[in-house]
Write a new protein. Sequence first.
Length: 447
Amino acid sequence: MNDTSSPEHGATAPTSQQPDAGETRRGPSRRAVLGGAGVVAGAAALAGGGFAAGRATASPMQLRQYDFFGEHQSGIVTPAQDRMHFAAFDVTTSDRDALIGLLRAWSEAAATLMSGSELGTGIAGGSPLAPPEDTGDATGLPASGLTITFGFGPGLFVKDGVDRFGLAGRRPAALIDLPHFPGDTLQDRLTGGDLCIQACADDPQVAMHAIRNLSRLAFGVASVRWAQLGFGRTSSTTREQTTPRNLMGFKDGTRNLKAEDTENVREWLWADASDGADWMAGGTYLVARKLRILAEIWDRASLSEQEALVGRTKGSGAPLSGGNEFTDPDFTRPGADGSPLIPTDSHVALAHPSANGGAMMLRRGYNYTDGADDLGRLDAGLFFLAFVRDPETQFVPMQTAISSSDAMTVEYVRAVGSALFAVPPGVPAGATLDGSDGAYIGQGLFT
């Protein structure tokens, strides 16, 4: 899981400024809705680093705030946060206008939530005889670097042979049906989806609050098909971030594509109109795979076996051919017995760009745990998330090789969920979201 591999304008930079009030229908700041002092109390708490109704203290990461607007959606080259809540949806209507209405509502709500504000009148306003417009479970918490990313699955274009929304002819060629890879043990309930939302934040409650409220807005139009909570990012998306470890105990994502790699980002991440779908220009494609680790078996493997399977040392993350974590692996360097120091069936050897025509990808995966299964075994692993420009050339060949020949994956990892989504470009800066003429995510697909 180690070697697969210009920050996005305003969406990747923290900002203390919120969009103009006329751009979104938002409620008061989450930090200012409690107590009679309102904004004053919220400002005093912020100045002191504490939040009266939220966390006792807030870390610098939790005080980060990202803009919803921009050429690209946030949550892609944005510095990877520590927590994630992902949800895939089935669209339950065949009404095109209702689908567009949902995308409008989601866009408006996302801009509000990312600014650290409550939806509508929040929990302190509105009619006492109606449900509050915001569920209130993040009231008092800062924005926590929340990013919200939307995607469209193949079923939005044609599902069960039916073109529900007149979009069949606009399906991008890159939005393929992922093949069934060797060793896959996919569960239907963890596979596919017509729409998806990725919410990342440095506070798990903020990420969950976003998915919960966006799901509520979808009532009558779309319903959650499957969802996943993630913790502990398993890759770095900027050079300022250190390399994290996955649940196998190894550093993960050492050679991940970084936001600062401008030329590589342009080549391997962002779709272009010349790719065949003009409405996807500035967008990308998201591969989501739920990979369960057979932890009890892995934990009994010797250190030398684990390192041979990965192709790196467990302590420093250096390749077995020598050097430090960031030293290029030497796949030809022989050991004492004449065989390569990095085994040819190791994860590093098969996932490295040099084994895949130089192809790279931007990974934003997370560890996950769903407790224990019926036999008392740990149900945990990697929720693999990767953004690519062309899944068929960047992901499928690599995954085919790993699934069939990677000794670590074959013996210790089981893929139980899989999906692919087209992630459209962002809503341009300066656009307005409110009203029937307002902008919304994916608008180019429908116009």
